[in-house]
Write a protein that binds this ligand. Sequence first.
Ligand code: SAH
Length: 394
Amino acid sequence: MHRIYLKSGKEESLKRYHPWVFSGAISYIDGTPEEGELVDIYTAKGNFIARGHYQIGSIAVRILTFHEDEEIDVDFWKRKLQIAFEMRQAIGLCTRPDHSTYRLVHGEGDNLPGLVIDIYGQTAVMQAHSVGMHCCRKQIADALLEVMKESIKHIYYKSETTLPYKADLGAENGFLIGGSQENVALEYGLKFHIDWAKGQKTGFFVDQRENRALLERYACGRDVLNMFCYTGGFSVYALRGGAHLVHSVDSSAKAIELTNQNARLNFPDDQRHTAYAEDAFKFLDQMEDGHYDLIILDPPAFAKHRDALRNALQGYRKLNVKALEKIRSGGILFTFSCSQAVSKEQFRTSIFTAAAMTGRSVRILHQLTQPADHPVNIYHPEGEYLKGLVLYVE
Ligand code: SAH
């Protein structure tokens, strides 16, 4: 195995179990590992400290183990997946008859950097974000079947757009195991069509589940605007919560089609719901004052990288000003950011600025984050990416 030697003192973060080695921390590489190959990391003094997948870029290694005697083989994947599965069982996500969607593996949060696995009924959708995980996909799929036993029958691999572009792997999306067309999954008793083949991410935003459930509690009798609705998750919960009307908006016509499908799947012939394929900013500009008293703003990540941070914060501010200006008095705003590059404090400051610009009296009712099946590795605080505020606007 190739060895990577760190610069003196650069082992400190690994001693604290941080799962990445940055390229700037490397003193020299013994040999020329291919992207995705396993490498061993040594301190400047020549002591083994960790083993992981090598990659080209600012993150040079994603750590899989801190134990020299731990082989990365099928048994390794089985052990890790077993731990992840037991955790989801422990938090009650795989035991309810009215619920069949959850995240089984959340990258660094489950000590499997570069790997995501979402479960939709009997189908697992697996996504590699590193060449190393891509190379191990077959082993991981075999291990997954063994760990999950009868509970899954199909594994769909979806990494065409998540792997480093330059690696040019020609990864194709498709079933590694099985081949189900049955794509309706249950989330807390609600049905959703999951389009893993063509949809965003693994087909559904599993991470908003608990926030959608919270919204349901506030929806009764309200006029709801679900902005950036994608599959209509928040809309369907609002309908079940007894909303007076629900309007869903997304700029993508495909998303609107999915939203309508999901609304109909749960509430056929319900006249309370309408979906609009429109740009969010335009819709907010044209909407009348006081039309809605429950608004959800769940935009895509405005900052994918640190460089885009300033523009992203401005984007959040502008969007929230528009909603805060026009929401009915006594209204509730659910506002989110899923940009990893934006911290909780920065997001809160941009919402604070937006509120101050409108001059309205605003209280924070809830501070929201990602759910328990998207855990944050305590040694990797960067893993906390979803931020939300629930505001009461006087
Ligand atoms: N709230 C959703 C997830 C939102 S993902 C859920 O719970 O599942 C972000 C969505 O924003 C995508 O569907 C994307 O099509 C949409 N979008 C991106 N830019 C937009 C814009 N300018 N106006 C309206 N929608 C937009």
